[in-house]
Design a protein around this ligand. Structure first.
Ligand code: CTP
Ligand code: MG
Length: 235
């Protein structure tokens, strides 16, 4: 039986957030941002273990109390790399050195910066993809009209949005396949895991998600994420 293992790359700086503190540690609904995704993943009975991949020089993680997460579920590794893809690949290699984890186990890669992932979305992703040959990701069809801009920030064309989806995370692939895929690509040229799988000629399945699972990228995103989390808590 294949297991489901989560991997949270959390070795970025959050440059677009423009804060001194890496964004995964910014306070969100009373907790560091990464706590929320960790909570959803660690609380799932489907998930065997959760690996957090930090920058080798991360000094923030150790400042918080993570004891509410079981020791046998949460594993922290200081092996992040220069790009997200490097962090994920290093994380997969660290995972692989554990006797209980095999090449055919499923890995769910989830951004630390997507704190609003719901338990329902997570279980839906696992249910849809567990029998799949390739794996896939949460995603949503593009809703807005898309403009092609010139160098003067003027619209030169309207691109068709038909068939276009926005990729989210978790992205779920078998450990061996994802490691092979990420080893072959130029890690600076990709921003998600599925694109490495696509480069192998495979077609990851898109599992319908919703806009709540957005990525916190800019300062104004924090207030929105907080509203979503608070609304969920009071339900
Ligand atoms: N990430 C990582 N290692 C890197 C770069 C990014 O583990 N070298 C992680 C981030 O910590 C985040 C996720 O990948 O959880 C998604 O990346 P993104 O939202 O781009 O975060 P940052 O790279 O930190 O932000 P920015 O691009 O604005 O600098
Ligand atoms: Mg980035």
């Amino acid at each position: 039986m294949s297991r489901f293992i989560a991997l949270i790359p959390a070795a970025g700086f959050g440059a677009r957030m423009g804060n001194q503190l890496p964004k995964q540690y910014l306070s969100l609904a009373g907790k560091p941002m990464i706590y929320h995704a960790l909570h959803t993943l660690c609380s799932s009975a489907s998930i065997f273990r959760v690996f957090v991949i930090l920058a080798p020089d991360d000094h923030e993680w150790a400042r918080y109390d993570w004891s509410s997460f079981a020791d046998d579920k949460l594993a922290v590794r200081y092996c992040g790399g220069a790009t997200r893809a490097d962090s994920v690949l290093n994380g997969l290699k660290a995972m692989q050195s554990e006797a209980s984890i095999g090449q055919d186990d499923w890995v769910l890669v989830h951004d630390a910066a997507r704190p609003c992932l719901s338990a329902a979305q997570l279980e839906q992703l696992i249910e849809v993809l567990a029998p799949d040959e390739v794996g896939g990701l949460l995603a949503i069809p593009v809703a807005d009209t898309l403009k092609r801009a010139d160098a003067d920030q003027r619209a030169v064309a309207t691109a068709s949005r038909a068939g276009l989806w926005q990729a989210q995370t978790p992205q779920m692939f078998r450990l061996g396949l994802l490691k092979e895929a990420l080893s072959k690509v130029d890690s600076a040229s990709i921003t998600d895991d599925a694109s490495a799988i696509e480069a192998m000629g495979l077609h990851p399945r898109l599992v319908l998600s919703d806009a709540y699972n957005f990525k916190v990228t800019y300062p104004q995103d924090l207030a929105l994420a907080e509203l979503i989390l608070q609304k969920r808590e009071t339900k």
